[in-house]
Write a protein that binds this ligand. Sequence first.
Ligand SMILES: O=C(O)CCC(=O)C(=O)O
Ligand SMILES: [Mn+2]
Length: 203
Amino acid sequence: MTGDLFANEPPRNLLPFDGEVLLLRDIMDHDAADRTFIRLKSGIVWQQEIAKIHGKEIPVPRLTAWYGEVAYRYSGVYHPASPFPSVVAPLRKLAEDLSGASFNTVLLNQYRDGRDSVSWHADDEEVLGDNPTIASLTFGEERRFHFRHKKSGDRISVDLPHNSALIMSGATQHCWVHQLPKTAKQVGPRINLTFRYTCPESR
Ligand SMILES: O=C(O)CCC(=O)C(=O)O
Ligand SMILES: [Mn+2]
């Protein structure tokens, strides 16, 4: 499969050191990708999470959903195990085929417009294990994504197009932080799914 997909342009590591990040384009047939976006947008029960910052309750600037075979505590919110919906199950299989890793949990983000964002962070929680592989699928509007090295401050930017996968592995989460900043441009919605393997014994 990957042989056909990347026959013309094999993906190269976007990071100069301390990790590996590959951008895979056109991960499925164009019509299937458009249908997947529509099904995710209307078929997922999207949540507006509220973060407590210095005692103040602030709506998180994006909509989220979470599914997984194991329970998970994220930003102080307990998510009981809940099965992958029918639109997400084949995307997990695709993410596994593309990355060669296994995933049992997924976090979905919907960025409604340019005011939605996710700020600097690394997905380096203990329950994700050492050097986790994370497959991050994009459908909908293209947005710019940034990496910043935790020690040197080096920065890398990459535009994440519709129907693409960003595969992050090796030391990426330990050595780099990432963000999806707001944009002043008029942009439509973007949906992102980050597939992860969460250690069940760490619940
Ligand atoms: O929207 C993205 O591309 C990334 C989201 C992200 O970093 C996360 O959910 O941890
Ligand atoms: Mn992340």
